[in-house]
Design a protein around this ligand. Structure first.
Ligand SMILES: [Zn+2]
Length: 365
């Protein structure tokens, strides 16, 4: 049987078939569409690896979702290649975190076909503003969930802390919103709303809603899991020191103070003695136990400060700018949390965490 026929027949029999990201499969689907046998499946491009994971988890399995950027690439520094530009042009829709995270999207975000789901697209500061979202059945449920979570108190804290920190990297707005799982829920809502617009059939829109429900549930479970792990850390140890300002949403959501070293030095300035002594004082004052590295091997800046302060570096890195080489949105949250919790004197239940990651993975096959 030819590849096309195999895909075609398993498509017909509604068997689960992993077809996304395969050029052969996309050619096959194209043939199906031109035969008029099925509703048009869409061709989506998701720019950042994290965005790609989120979109794939919500989109219908029959839609093609192409991940534009390799996981190895730092999207802060992305330059769009001619090949990537062609994919962007050809896509029915492009999903991106936006220019705050990925400045290279500057010229693309203006297009009607581009959907931004990052910091500029979601409501970070005002949790009460949920009314402008879609009016389908699932959103009512979500509103309830949200109210429960506001009672945790971490959202109120977030507002205060944010004002202190806003004017550093990334052109003033911190784009690393996904470190708070509740923000991913909001990002998912942006995605599902947009995907549903492409789907005329009620049944398929319902299928997207159902996928979003599992998505949201997994993220709520992740949130609860993180709260539980963090509670094992002695409270005087709850400080996250790392190189660039990326863990503030995490810190605000889960009760950490965050110190980003580049806030003291800026991107261009060298390690001037007065800056160094300022940092060393701050680290001492905060009783900092460990400095978290964001890359392997650790950056010079972080290495230097570790030596001068005699504060050890974390043995594992944390992944602050997106996904790890393996795994998904939940995997990286579990990895980061367990790294932070274990280094700061708590104990982390990895097994339960990675169970959540595999729940998520089942959405994404
Ligand atoms: Zn970053």
């Amino acid at each position: 049987m030819s590849i096309f026929k195999r895909i075609f027949s398993s498509y017909i029999s509604h068997k689960k078939v992993s077809i996304r990201n395969s050029l052969i499969a996309s050619a096959a689907l194209f043939s199906i569409n031109t035969n008029g046998a099925f509703a048009a499946s869409k061709n989506y491009v998701a720019v950042e690896p994290l965005t790609c994971d989120i979109v794939k988890s919500i989109a219908l399995p029959s839609d093609e979702v192409i991940c534009l950027v390799d996981r190895k690439q730092d999207v802060h520094d992305l330059k769009i290649s001619p090949k990537q530009a062609r994919l962007l042009k050809k896509a029915d829709k492009v999903f991106t975190l936006g220019t705050e995270m990925t400045p290279a999207m500057r010229n693309w975000v203006k297009r009607n076909s581009t959907v931004v789901l990052g910091v500029s697209a979601i409501d970070i500061d005002d949790h009460s503003d949920h009314d402008d979202h879609d009016d389908h059945g699932h959103s009512a449920k979500k509103h309830d969930d949200h109210d429960d979570h506001d009672d945790h108190g971490h959202s109120a804290k977030k507002h205060d802390d944010h004002d202190d920190h806003d004017h550093h990297d990334h052109g003033g707005v911190d784009p690393h919103v996904w470190h708070d799982p509740h923000n991913i829920i909001k990002m998912g809502k942006v995605v599902s709303k947009s995907l549903k617009k492409d789907v005329p059939e009620r049944k398929l829109r319902k299928a997207i809603s159902n996928r979003l429900k599992t998505f949201d549930k997994t993220l709520e479970d992740l949130d609860k899991w993180i709260v539980k792990q963090v509670s094992t850390i002695p409270s005087s140890n709850r400080v996250i020191v790392s190189k660039h300002k990326a863990m503030d949403y995490y810190g605000d959501a889960f009760g950490f103070e965050t110190i980003s070293l580049l806030d003291f030095f800026g991107h261009s300035s060298s390690l001037r003695p007065q800056n160094i002594s300022k940092v060393l004082n701050e680290l001492k004052e905060e009783n900092v136990k460990v400095i978290f590295k964001e890359q392997e091997p650790a950056s010079k800046l972080v290495n230097n400060l570790s030596k001068q302060s005699s504060i050890p570096l974390s043995s594992n890195q944390i992944f602050v700018d997106g996904l790890m080489m393996e795994g998904n949105t939940i995997t990286v949250a579990v990895h980061n949390t367990c790294t932070i919790v274990n280094e700061l004197g708590g104990s982390c239940d990895e097994t339960t965490g990675f169970d959540l990651a595999s729940n998520w993975g089942s959405l994404n096959q």
